[in-house]
Design a protein around this ligand. Structure first.
Ligand code: K2U
Ligand code: ZN
Length: 171
């Protein structure tokens, strides 16, 4: 299975709002599998279809310590959010080397279709809760740096443009 190219901030395609999945078919399952391979190869714990320039409501994640519990969420919805919030450092595969503090709901209830097309629900807390919220932001065209100050966001934008230019120069 091929590893997919991950869009790099500030690529405008990262701000596309994903459309609901109409049918869970073989093509979508292949995309989910390729996203999981791409996520594991990049040491990520989550990846949204938006990040691989496919604008459908699909995300994958694996927050297990053993990296052996892949989850596929199709048309995911957050059905409940805790009042309690947590602040923690986040990173993003589309914004490499940048980590900064973001506030998220400590627990969320999630409903989605699985890789088999069947509906399922679960409660997430800790890293899983943060990851789900981070990935679902991606499906709405939102990158975590948008929670930071304008000054920080501009500095990150300049740094990412330079990093991408340097990498292209080395090819
Ligand atoms: O969406 C992505 O770019 C994947 C993120 C998801 C994520 C961000 C913040 C907190 C949890 C998950 C990557 O996994 S960033 C790399 C990473 C790995 C472990 C913990 C935090 C960040
Ligand atoms: Zn991200």
């Amino acid at each position: 299975m091929p590893q997919l190219n991950i869009l790099r901030y500030p690529d405008p395609r990262l701000h596309t709002v994903a459309k609901p999945v109409a049918e869970v078919d073989e093509r979508l399952r292949r995309l989910a599998d390729d996203m999981l391979e791409t996520m594991y190869a990049a040491d990520g714990v989550g990846l949204a279809a938006t990040q691989v320039d496919v604008h459908v409501r699909l995300l994958v994640m694996d927050t297990s310590a053993e990296r052996d519990q892949p989850q596929v969420l199709i048309n995911p919805e957050i059905t409940a959010r805790s009042a309690e919030m947590i602040r923690g450092d986040e990173g993003c595969l589309s914004v490499p080397t940048i980590y900064d503090e973001v506030e998220r709901h400590a627990r969320v209830s999630v409903r989605a279709l699985g890789r088999d097309g069947q509906p399922f629900e679960f409660e997430a807390e800790g890293l899983a809760a943060v990851c789900v919220q981070h990935e679902m932001d991606h499906l709405l065209g939102k990158v975590f740096v948008e929670y930071l100050s304008l000054l920080k966001r501009e500095r990150i934008k300049i740094k990412m443009i330079k990093k991408t230019r340097d990498e292209l120069g080395k090819r």
